[in-house]
Design a protein around this ligand. Sequence first.
Ligand SMILES: [Zn+2]
Ligand SMILES: [Zn+2]
Length: 156
Amino acid sequence: MTKDDPQYLEFRELCGQRKLAATVQRFIVYQTLAGMKNHPTADMIYEQLHPENQKVSRMSVYRILDTFSRCRMIRRLNHPGAATHYDAFMTPHHHLICVNCGSVLDVDQSEGEHIDISACQIPPGYQILDTTVDIQGICPDCGAEIQDFLKPGRDN
Ligand SMILES: [Zn+2]
Ligand SMILES: [Zn+2]
């Protein structure tokens, strides 16, 4: 990586807007996450780091991801019963989650359309930053298995 790498310049810009130091370690973690489209966990990101970047410790990966999430540079996805997943894709989109295998798929939202949260009873004093819908279902891979399980007449 060189300091005039366009991806680094873009990263430095993102950090600058958040008064965050654009360190090499942070850049490596950000780039790795941005290159993964499967909403990885911190451990998956750590394992994905190229051997030459192994100087970024597992602890640093966790800490950096936490910093990015708090600065809203990335999204943190918390789903019950699953490890925390991360997403560097910040344009409005939702997640389709398989409740059986935990896979997470991006669902795009039509441009200019917003999820209507007017029916939600949001207590006064809150400033809404983002709205993401978690759509829970069963993915096609798990479908056959589950369908079998849900069949009536099973004595379980
Ligand atoms: Zn599944
Ligand atoms: Zn996503």
